[in-house]
Design a binder for this molecule. Structure first.
Ligand SMILES: Cc1cc2nc3c(=O)[nH]c(=O)nc-3n(C[C@H](O)[C@H](O)[C@H](O)COP(=O)(O)O)c2cc1C
Length: 132
């Protein structure tokens, strides 16, 4: 099964979560700013994450999602961090749905910078999701 992890993170909170998810999936998390961020291969599960800024998503992740090729992505699972609101989860799902990408109900979310226990939990959650 081909699994990929992509994220956008301004201050590193979503990055550490992306890295924990990637560890659980045995892959490398790639920032959408990286040159190799494009999903060029058929992917079974794309974990994609970004945080909430002023009750919205950063325009960079919206642009990244708008440019995804839905034919290459079987299913997307979103993840996010924020101070308090999980609205970013809904917004990420909405952007993916606009592209007709199949989005899982499941998501991974933590407040602020996840601590080591939370990161371990995220890693285990990812392993469980991938076993299904
Ligand atoms: C400019 C700005 C606006 C934010 N607005 C919200 C918000 O509306 N609601 C919220 O719950 N968190 C908000 N946050 C908190 C971020 O979502 C949170 O710090 C997140 O973990 C940042 O992730 P990152 O380090 O991956 O960019 C905001 C943070 C910044 C810097």
């Amino acid at each position: 099964m081909k699994v990929q992890v992509r994220y956008y993170s301004r201050s590193g909170n979503t990055k550490v979560l992306a890295d924990a998810i990637a560890k659980g999936a045995n892959v490398k998390a790639i920032s959408i700013d990286d040159d190799n961020a494009l999903i060029a291969e058929k992917t079974d599960i794309l974990f994609i994450g970004g945080a909430l800024y002023a009750y919205g998503l950063d325009s960079k992740i919206k642009k990244y999602i708008s440019e995804l090729d839905a034919n290459n992505i079987k299913k997307a699972i979103v993840f996010s961090t924020s101070w308090i609101s999980k609205h970013s989860i809904d917004l990420l799902k909405k952007e993916l749905a606009k592209k007709n990408i199949n989005v899982s109900e499941e998501y991974i979310y933590y407040k602020n910078k996840p601590n080591s226990n939370e990161l371990k939990e995220a890693e285990e959650t990812t392993k469980k999701i991938l076993k299904k």
